[in-house]
Design a protein around this ligand. Structure first.
Ligand SMILES: [Zn+2]
Length: 139
């Protein structure tokens, strides 16, 4: 059997705190990002014609190498949400997730109500948590 692996090591993906350059521990799932406007695709290098065609009729396009994810940093002593971009198999770039990004995320549930997250998304998140049949929530 040669399948023995260092679990700790294999779990780490080379994602580092932008402030401290230390390893970050993931504390959430990945929330995939979607583009619903042609400009969002053009910012990522797609041609204008193709991007306009892709989002026609209100379609949303998954951004396969980008997602939102929360990480714990030992040195920050805090959990932060980042927009992660995979550059290649082992390289990731992180930037703090602006609230506008949350509107591009599917299935967002953010129970902590991170202050950097827009009110729009918090409302959505609550709807996901309490919704469907529960009409009594008032915040
Ligand atoms: Zn840090």
């Amino acid at each position: 059997m040669t399948q023995r692996r260092n679990r700790n090591r294999s779990k780490r993906r080379g994602i580092f705190c932008p402030t401290h350059s230390c390893y970050l521990d993931s504390v959430s799932q990945k929330y995939p990002l979607y583009a619903d406007r042609a400009e969002q695709l053009q910012q990522r290098g797609m041609s204008r014609r193709k991007s306009v065609a892709l989002v026609a009729n209100g379609r949303v396009i998954p951004l396969s190498n980008e997602w939102l994810e929360a990480f714990w940093c030992d040195q920050c002593q805090a959990t932060c949400w980042y927009q992660v971009k995979r550059q290649d198999a082992r390289t990731y770039s992180l930037s703090p997730a602006p609230s506008s990004l949350w509107q591009q995320v599917s299935g967002v549930i953010h129970p902590a109500g991170n202050p950097s997250v827009g009110e729009f998304t918090r409302t959505q998140a609550r709807a996901n948590v309490y919704g469907k049949g529960s009409r009594s929530y008032m915040f």
